[in-house]
Design a protein around this ligand. Structure first.
Ligand code: ZN
Length: 640
């Protein structure tokens, strides 16, 4: 039976099923551990919805209420609510996860009010405020779903002269706070709090038991405690440390958890559960909640461990100044995992690789865990429509190269990015502050650029053939394929930003920065036009490689020295602005072929099997192949 990967396309998003083939073969104890961690991942899902946008949970309840309860609505109303709700689920709110811009509901206010009212009349579990009727709720939410001027952008790092990055961002990490208010304010819970301005100054609402998200965090802790019974050491030690952090919220306990989590680098089943990435915050300080459960993919892990085992060789052969090289690379723990579930900041839109913890001090002393998400990458490749490979390739040969080698070259580049890239380099002596503190809102894009550049720099290295990571007779072709693919990507990614003329997302900025810099400073890339179509064509792999080395040397210097001004100049010059007419052309081309801009994933589903006495004896995995069914099931978990 052939498997379904591509399930449907909603506007410009493809919805793809992820498979967890190795799960059934895990020992029962590991499956039970995964089950309780799965419930813990579901228990925190609503934290992320709320962090993204203050209206998210009440809006979600209204939308889901219409789909599940309202009867007798006109077909076009139901269809439009379904389209909008699918986009809402995919992006965990009305703001597009890639472009950060708010998406609008295409109904009249009257149709919207009637639909919400009908859901309320049928006893849908709406989140009305005290004394509020469903009709009043619908009217209150109208500006949110219809008015493009209300909370237009989720996270805005470059709002323009005189405007404040916190006030210009629609997320719910700050309430009434501007950057000015932070001057002289001693923040105790930078990562895990919401900051609120009150009459008495700034208040940190700490995310912990007894604090913000008390209800959700209690449930997470309950499931983590159940997981403990099935967790071997040192996994159990890491879970205990996490539980403690959820109780106190103290940064010292977060550090202890990070260390315990890094030490647990052998166990097959693992989880990420907490306030992790800081992309949602224009300041890059507050962590967005995510839950992820995974097990090791042994076959793919072998490749990555080969790279990791030679991390010192790569460090010694980086192009940057020797004073910025680590004399001893420690603790690069690299594995390929298959994910069982991702919620919050990591799903339904997921990263393809993860390198944690983010705490630079912990990383330098204890190392980090680096994983590539094998079954995500696999599902992504298998669901990719052919047109995405051919439309932006200059000729047949380029399209054919990417068809044959594109998946392998991208996997290898991702592995190098995660395993060697993020773990490499060190700070200049005498600098005690961390790179995120020094480089602030420029840090994430610069660090992603640095890791991409490391991967691109080492791809032509004979070391990779020596390590048997790619075939010698196709090495040059594989390098060419990845350089072409990377270059095309800078043009193709414009399809994701349908409005405005600036990039906000850090990974997009990083790619545009690298390709834009190479266009200006090398002969590696030609911008060609044919029959009204533009192509970014990589024409000289040697020039590309040399340029990558030069740029990487400078990017590492900027990070090592914490040179904020240089980081800002570089990113603002190359990584932010794009030509909107070129974007319009790209959008027109992909829309004509109905090609997706990005992918969202339907997770595997776990279900416990119970014995005669009601105890769980095994855990089954299945594949819903239905975004709506899964999202409704997840939301029902939060109400149970
Ligand atoms: Zn990265």
């Amino acid at each position: 039976m052939s498997r379904r990967y591509l399930l449907e396309q909603v506007d410009d998003v493809s919805v793809v099923q992820i498979y967890a083939d190795g799960f059934a073969a895990l020992p029962v104890s590991q499956k039970l551990l995964a089950w309780h961690l799965y419930l813990a991942a579901l228990a925190g899902r609503d934290i992320y919805y709320d962090q993204r946008y203050a209206h998210n949970l009440e809006l979600r309840a209204a939308l889901e209420g219409i789909l599940t309860h309202a009867r007798g609505l006109p077909t076009h109303v139901v269809d439009e609510v379904r389209r909008y709700t699918k986009l809402f689920w995919i992006n965990s709110g009305p703001h597009n996860g890639v472009t950060a811009r708010k998406q609008l509901l295409r109904l009249t206010t009257e149709e919207w009010v009637r639909a919400v009212t009908a859901a309320g009349d049928a006893s849908a579990p709406l989140r009305t405020r005290d004394g509020e009727t469903p009709t009043q709720l619908a009217l209150r939410l109208s500006p949110v779903v219809f008015d493009p001027a209300v909370d237009p952008i989720l996270t805005l790092k470059t709002p323009g002269e005189g405007r404040d990055i916190l006030e210009s961002s629609a997320n719910n990490l700050y309430v009434g706070v501007s950057m000015r208010d932070l001057d002289g304010f001693a923040e105790r819970f930078a990562l895990n709090s919401r900051l609120v301005k009150t009459g008495d100054g700034l208040v940190e609402e700490v995310c912990r038991i007894g604090g913000r998200y008390d209800h959700e965090i209690r449930r997470i802790v309950h499931h983590l405690e159940n997981a403990l019974a099935h967790a071997p050491e040192p996994t159990a030690a890491a879970l205990r440390a996490l539980i403690r952090f959820y109780r106190t919220g103290d940064d010292a306990d977060r550090v202890a958890y990070d260390i315990a989590w890094v030490r647990d680098d052998e166990s097959p089943v693992d989880t990420v559960n907490g306030f992790i990435e800081v992309y949602l915050d224009p300041r890059g300080a507050k962590g967005a909640w995510e839950g992820l459960v995974s097990y090791v993919n042994h076959e793919r892990t072998l490749r990555i461990q080969t790279i990791a085992a030679h991390a010192q060789w790569f460090e010694d052969h980086t192009p940057w100044a020797p004073i910025y090289r680590k004399p001893e690379v420690t603790g690069v723990s690299a594995r390929a995992i298959d994910i069982v579930i991702e919620t919050g900041d990591s799903g339904p839109i997921t990263p393809v690789g993860i390198n944690l913890p983010n705490d630079q001090a912990v990383r330098e002393r204890y190392g980090s865990k680096s994983v590539s998400l094998a079954n995500v990458n696999d599902a992504y490749e298998r669901s990719m429509p052919e047109g995405l490979r051919t439309e932006f390739s200059w000729d047949q040969a380029e399209a054919e190269r990417t068809r044959v080698w594109g998946a392998l070259s991208r996997d290898l580049a991702t592995e190098l990015h995660e395993v060697i890239g993020h773990g490499s380099g060190r700070m200049a002596s005498g600098i005690s502050q961390s790179p995120p503190e020094l480089l602030r809102e420029q840090y994430s894009a610069l660090e992603e650029a640095r890791s991409d550049l490391v991967a691109l720099y080492f791809l032509p290295s004979a070391k990779l053939v020596e390590l048997d990571l790619l075939p010698a007779d196709a090495h040059a072709e594989i390098v060419q394929t990845e350089y072409e693919q990377y270059t095309r990507g800078a043009l193709m990614q414009l399809r994701r930003v349908r409005e405005g003329s600036q990039l906000e997302e850090d990974h997009m900025r990083n790619r545009q920065l690298i390709v834009g810099w190479l266009r200006r400073h090398t002969t590696a890339i030609e911008v060609r036009r044919r029959e009204g179509k533009t192509y970014f064509t990589m024409v000289d792999a040697d020039a590309f490689h040399a340029g990558v080395g030069t740029l990487l040397t400078e990017v590492q210097r900027i990070k090592s020295e914490g040179d904020y001004d240089a980081a800002r100049r570089l990113i603002e010059e190359y990584g932010v602005d794009f030509d909107p007419s070129l974007r319009d052309e790209v959008v027109e081309r992909v829309d004509r072929l109905r090609l997706p801009s990005y992918s969202a994933f339907v997770m595997p589903r776990l279900e416990p099997r119970r014995g005669p006495d009601g105890s769980i004896v095994d855990v089954d995995v299945s594949y819903p192949c239905d975004l709506e069914a899964q999202m409704l099931e997840y939301s029902a978990h939060a109400r149970a």
